[in-house]
Design a protein around this ligand. Structure first.
Ligand SMILES: *Cc1c(COP(=O)(O)O)cnc(C)c1O
Length: 392
């Protein structure tokens, strides 16, 4: 099955849909059994998509789990109330006090915070590493290293990691390390984590999977080896997600292929336009040849999306504020992955890095290019630069 056919069909088994097109919303806490034997049977198979108790999921959950495993790969998928819950539960599933975690320096900020606060409090040591380290990660591995966490491309700054290289080192004979990847940027279609050696792949489904900025959801999909541990520990942590939100994700995912195609085309057009602008120092986009890790992007990814950043030449706060305050189509707000364009500035990237030195002191501007017409978006940015220049 080719990509778009798989996206349209994923998870739509009759046992979950009863024959309708979209898997319906099954809301439940209690599920009742007719006989003692029925209850015993359900209990025995409670971890295997059997109707048992609401926290274990209903057919809505099961259809979405199947869809994610079909699209992203792996042996099973656990669903969480948001991407951050998926990240923290995935990590907690594979560490105990005294262990050591290798965390990429360009991780999503709440992931970094979780390491510095929660993991540190549990007596789990974390070393941050350069996203461009590749196979040299070997030099940072300790006898108690149990997790290597990757995020590729990195949050805000978009460095692309050598995922297969790092996985090979992590899985070498003398190590027993679980590789967890935050695969949100790629969604389940632009990067195939399990074909590149990853053990657990995390998605903030809030982004492109839900795709309409109206629900929070997370997933973690694991290979055969890690699935039972991930499933059991996530369950013990009490993780579960609302069937209504899962329904929205299942609806959103059907158009993922066509949406991504348009996000990619429009974003590349705007990134190229920005690269020519005098106000821009540089564009941070994995598809650009001079971008850190571009060779891995070309080798491992099946395309790009609507999210990238650029660095301004000016660091005058009033000028940036004037630019941002007057935007018409680019809305200011956190998150990304919906059909709408978003703009977000960050002037303290350097403070979010500890293993590497961020070379720019000027603000970074992150754009999510939505599904509006490119001409309107470029016009909006052009007028933004005019306001910026008026305040220089
Ligand atoms: C948004 C995001 C998350 C967190 O997802 P939430 O659903 O907002 O908790 C994790 N990783 C990346 C890369 C993200 O962009």
């Amino acid at each position: 099955m080719k990509k778009n056919t798989a996206i349209v069909n994923a998870g739509r088994q009759k046992k979950w849909t009863q024959g309708v097109i979209n898997p319906p919303v099954f809301r439940a806490s209690t599920i009742v059994f007719d006989t003692v034997l029925d209850m015993k049977k359900a209990t025995a198979k409670r971890a295997e998509q059997e109707m048992f108790y609401g926290r274990r999921g209903t057919p809505t959950t099961f259809a979405f789990q199947d869809a994610m495993t079909e699209l992203e790969g792996g042996a099973g998928c656990y669903v969480y109330p948001c991407g951050t819950a998926a990240i923290t539960s995935a990590i907690l599933s594979f560490v105990k006090t005294g262990d050591h975690v290798l965390m990429v320096d360009t991780a999503y900020e709440p992931t970094r915070d979780f390491c510095e606060k929660t993991l540190a409090g549990l007596g789990i040591d974390v070393t941050f590493y350069d996203p461009m380290i590749g196979r040299k990660i070997e030099t940072l591995i300790q006898s108690n290293t149990t997790v290597i966490f990757l995020e590729s491309p990195g949050s805000l700054t978009m460095e692309v990691q050598d995922v297969p290289g790092i996985c090979e080192v992590a899985h070498a004979q003398n190590h027993d390390i679980t590789v967890i990847l935050d695969n949100t940027w790629a969604s389940p279609v632009l990067f195939k984590p399990f074909e590149h050696g990853v053990d657990v792949s995390v998605q903030a489904a809030t982004k492109y999977i839900v795709g309409h900025s109206d629900a929070m959801l997370g997933t973690a999909t694991a290979n055969e080896k890690c699935w039972p541990t991930l499933r059991e520990n996530s369950y013990l942590l009490g993780q579960c997600a609302s069937p209504d939100d899962i329904y929205l994700a299942m609806r959103g995912i059907r158009t993922l292929g066509v949406r991504l195609k348009q996000h990619q085309t429009s974003a590349l057009q705007i990134a190229e336009w920005l690269a020519q602008r005098e106000e821009v120092d540089c564009v941070l986009h994995p598809a650009f040849e001079n971008h850190p890790g571009h060779e891995y992007f070309k080798r491992d990814f099946q395309g790009s999306n609507g999210l990238f950043s650029f660095i301004l030449k000016s660091s005058k706060p009033e000028a940036l504020t004037a630019m941002l305050d007057g935007m018409e189509h680019f809305k200011m707000g956190f998150s990304w992955g919906g059909y709408e364009s978003l703009i977000l500035a960050n002037s303290s990237v350097g403070k979010m890095r500890s293993a590497t030195t961020w070379p720019f002191s000027q603000p970074l501007v992150r754009l999510h290019i939505g599904l509006e017409d490119v001409e309107d978006l470029i016009d909006d940015l052009e007028r933004g630069f005019e306001r910026l220049n008026e305040h220089l």
